[in-house]
Design a protein around this ligand. Structure first.
Ligand SMILES: NC(=O)c1ccc[n+]([C@@H]2O[C@H](COP(=O)([O-])OP(=O)(O)OC[C@H]3O[C@@H](n4cnc5c(N)ncnc54)[C@H](OP(=O)(O)O)[C@@H]3O)[C@@H](O)[C@H]2O)c1
Length: 292
């Protein structure tokens, strides 16, 4: 099997760490990411000792800061001339109170949408050097439970609930995946594919980081015995990163390693473009002009 250079965000724990372990076992160069140096370094050491693969590296960045994402991307670009796979896996659902980041963005949208959007843009420079690069965005089937969209209040300043923020951030991630796929084709960069996926309901730290009210906390606990193990949750991302079956597949949404139709409830080409332009506007101070 040909070896790849693979970068996985949010691989200090959960599905991301399992994804990293399997890809490391296959002999790939794997770059691990966590929100702090300590978390990323610990995961890196664990993966090295468990898999015997010494080509494991780590970077860190707090995705609540667009500047920190850019610093990390610059570090990666200095160290690696080429990147074959970018797995935008880091993501979370937050609590009942709406909170914002240092950039003034609502936390769920910052982590689940703006971070993968910015990172994909900044790393195009090294992805383009791969003979066949793949961007994989970890979304969720919860995108179909997104509540009513208000594209005049994308970050839910007025009607925030954690479920709406989570569902909409994952819906918009699917839309920007589709849009980027079209843009890459139009720019003659069809050798970079970009797809999104739902990993299944997986037993990780997901949903445990903030209080969501008694009923939701109870339901989340209740669902845990029926959830998949992180290793199973990693399967679709691993498939998209390595399988020949999806070599030229782009702009699609996958579940259980199969192309699946995402919710079409609010989808229009115009809405997709509104979200794309909005992400561009939010990340603009940190974007670089990409010349191939
Ligand atoms: N678990 C599920 O049932 C499920 C279902 C559908 C979709 N998903 C999606 O799958 C992806 C992985 O989730 P998971 O279940 O593996 O969750 P997890 O165990 O909570 O892992 C999330 C990863 O993201 C990192 N992260 C969190 N906040 C961050 C920040 N501010 N900056 C940088 N990194 C940050 C975490 O770091 P630390 O924890 O090390 O601090 C961790 O490495 C997410 O995108 C999630 O939305 C999960």
């Amino acid at each position: 099997m040909e070896r790849k250079i693979i970068f996985i965000t949010g691989s200090s724990g959960g599905i991301g760490k399992e994804t990293a372990k399997t890809l490391a076992k296959q002999g790939n160069t794997v770059i691990v990411h966590g929100p702090t140096k300590e978390l990323a370094e610990t995961a890196c050491k664990e993966i090295k000792s468990e898999t015997g693969n010494q080509k494991i590296d780590y970077v860190y960045a707090d995705f609540f800061s667009l500047a920190d994402i850019k610093r990390m991307a610059n570090e990666l670009k200095k160290k690696y001339e080429r990147l074959d796979v970018l797995i935008n896996n880091a993501g979370a659902m937050f609590g009942t109170e709406r909170e914002t980041t240092i950039d003034g963005n609502e936390k769920t949208f910052a982590l689940n949408l703006f971070a993968p959007f910015l990172l994909s843009q900044l790393l195009l420079e090294v992805l383009v050097k791969s003979p066949a690069a793949r961007i994989i965005n970890v979304s969720s089937s919860a995108h179909s439970l997104s509540g009513i969209l208000n594209l005049n209040d994308i970050q839910l300043e007025n009607n925030y609930t954690f479920g709406t923020a989570y569902g909409q951030s994952k819906l918009y991630l699917i839309w920007v995946t589709q849009h980027l796929a079209t843009e890459l084709k139009e720019k003659g960069l069809a050798h970079i594919t970009v797809n999104s996926l739902h990993p299944g309901m997986v037993k990780t730290a997901f949903g445990q980081n903030a209080k969501k009210g008694f009923l939701i906390d109870f339901l989340l606990k209740l669902s845990r015995p029926f959830s998949r193990k992180p290793k199973q949750g990693a399967e679709t991302a691993i498939y998209l990163a390595t399988s020949k079956d999806v070599e030229n597949v782009t702009g699609k949404y996958f579940s259980d390693k199969k192309i699946t139709n995402p919710s079409e409830k609010f989808y229009t080409k115009k809405n997709e473009k509104i979200i794309w332009d909005y992400c561009m506007q939010i990340t603009k101070p940190y974007l670089e002009k990409f010349t191939n």
